[in-house]
Design a protein around this ligand. Sequence first.
Ligand SMILES: Cc1ncc(COP(=O)(O)O)c(C=O)c1O
Length: 357
Amino acid sequence: MLEARGAVCSLKEYHPPLGGRVGLRLDFNENTVGCSPRVLERMRQLQFDQLARYPERESVERQVATHLGVDPAGLLLTNGVDEAIHLVCETYLQPGDEVLIVVPTFSMYEIYAAATGAQVITLPAGPEFRYPTDAVLARISAHTRLIAIANPNNPTGTVVSRTDLLRILRAAPDAAVLADEAYFDFYGESLLAGVASSLNLFVARTFSKAYGLAGLRIGALAGNAAQMAMVRRVSSPYNVNAVALACLPEALADQEYVQQYVTEVRQGRERLEQELRSLKLRFWPSLANFVLVEIGERHDAFVRAMRERGILVRDRSRDPGCDGCVRISVGSNAQTDRLIVALREAVGTLSVTGVPA
Ligand SMILES: Cc1ncc(COP(=O)(O)O)c(C=O)c1O
C-alpha cells in the first residue's frame, strides 16, 4: 500500500477553525474592513486572456522590490508567507537537521520544518513571553539549519530587538534565519535592509494583514540574491496567481488607504489595552494587530459570550504557555467601539477573573 513519508505521517493535523465565521471577525488577525477599493476596481477590469495565460511574476516582483527597497534578484513573490516558510524549509532542510523555534508562535514553522524530516526543537518563551535570546544562542549547534522568528510574534504580539536578532544571525552562519515580518506594518521595525549583505538572513512580508488581501494569497520573501536563486529553484514558476499579480500594484499604490487602516488599528490596540487594564485582565502589550488576553478558566464561555454579541475571537489556550488565553484582533475605530461594549458585557456576565494586570 502506498504510504506517506514517515515525517508526514507523524505531523499533527492543523485545521484552523474557518467554518461558520459569521460576525465581526476578530479571530484571524485579518484586515477587518477590506482592501483598497482600487484593488477591486482593477479586478473588475480583468480580461479573459489575462486569466487564460500563465501568470508572469517578474514585473510585479520588480515593483515590490522597489517598494521595499531591495534588490529584485533577492526578492520572490510567494503564495503568502505560508509558502515563503515552506520554500525556505524545502531549500535548506533535510532529515537530521535541527530547527529552532520559540513557542508559542505561528504553527506553520513547525509543520513545514517537520515535514522535511528535520527535528524541530521548541524552546519556551521567557517571562512575559520575552524572546529567550540567550537560550536560543546556547542551543545553536552544528546541526542547526533554520531559526524561524515571527517579529512581532503571533499569538503574543511581542517583539525581538534588532540587536538580539543580529546576535542570532551572527551566531548561526550555517543556518537560515527567517524573520517573519507578517505584522511589520503595525510595528514599523524591520531587518529588510540587512538581507543583501547577509548570507543567512531571510525576511518574509505579507499582503494578507494591513493590505487586506489574505484571500488573494500574496506575500514576499527577501534574502541575499545568491540564496534566493536557490529558493527560486524550489518554487513553482506560477506560485502567485494572475489575479493577485494584477491587483498588487494597485494595493501598493494606495498607501494612503493602508496607512489609514494601520493608524486605526494602532489606536484601537491602545484603546483595547486600556480597557483590559480597567477590567483588570492580564494581557501582553502588543505591537501587532491583536492582543493576547488571559481570561482564565472560563475562556470557552468568554469566546461564546463574545460570539453571542456578534464578535469572533480566537481561543489560544492550547498554545504552549497560554493557558486560559484568548487572542483578540483589532480593526477600525468603529469596530473597536463595538468590541469594547461586547467585552465589558461578556466580562461582566461571566465574572471573568484573569490575573490582574
Ligand atoms: C506570524 C505569521 N506569519 C505568517 C502568517 C501567514 O501569512 P500569509 O497569509 O501571508 O500566508 C501569519 C498569519 O496569521 C502569521 O501570523
